[in-house]
Design a protein around this ligand. Sequence first.
Ligand code: TRP
Length: 349
Amino acid sequence: MMLPQKPEPRVFSGMQPTGNLHLGNYLGAMVRWVEMQQSHECIFCVVDMHAITVWQDPEELANSIRAVTAAYIASGLDPKRSILFNQSQVHEHAELAWVFNCVARLGWLNRMTQFKEKAGKDRENASVGLYAYPSLMAADILAYRATHVPVGEDQKQHLELSRDIAQKFNNDFAASIRKAGFEDGTFFPLPEPVIIGPATRVMSLRDGTKKMSKSDASDMSRINMTDDADTIAKKIQKAKTDPLPLPADEEELAKRPEADNLIGIYAALENTAKADVLKEFGGAQFSVFKKALAELAVSRIGPVNAEMKRLLSDPAEIDRILADGSRRARAIAGPIMDKVKDIVGFLRS
Ligand code: TRP
């Protein structure tokens, strides 16, 4: 198969297999990705190899991979139109990551803030994989010569590193890249982040200044994709607020994190702007607004939740979908990895 001289527009993104998906994941990532598949060639990867950079119980990991896959399909991701697969089934990710480990510099990785956070105080005891995490992420993207990467703000630094790796690879191997038939000496694109804006950032229901997170000790702080209607309604009713009625304008709203969060969630669920929500609810009491929000949330999450359950009742079918996606992913990554081997000087048969 001939590779195009210049990489064509292609979207790649990865999600960690964590069983506990919540409203923040749904509004912040899933809905956005599903939108992108309307206009772009998209590859979505469940990054199981990234997951094991910290300890994972094997049985739980397998179930989490299926759960995330089901959640994305339930949210509207079409596995026929886009490619949906799990990372470990496409060996090119690991192969390219090794090459990138030899391109990336220790100094670059030392600057990664996520490593510092995740490793914590006991750095000596962190896995080598956790340290090399960003070069595997670069390999995920570049194994497809992907050009656009939708990610949250927190992944920006990793994406910059991916660009640095692509750039250095292109520089270091420029002559060989030309010899391999890429006339302008560029093999990898510099992938662009498509930053998922703060507009879709969902905060904790207990503290409007903290991100909604699966690791928050209080389950009341988040709406899980598996919560039933009553639980969703109860969590919204109990969500932290301030004593004033809802403000009428956005400037006022920005000063009130809890109100801002709930209005933001409503706007995102309804797919409108916060200003529009304020037009309807500005000046209203929280009790009135929360009732409307609970109804809206149940009507949006309920069907996704039900579809997810239906899909998970047939794990073999999910495994088939992932196998099919992996096969299609390999069809793209294989020829690219072959070229990488030629460029680097590896012999292949
Ligand atoms: N590191 C990303 C996260 O934690 C997940 C990820 C892995 C990813 N590989 C990727 C995202 C490639 C985009 C592209 O959210």
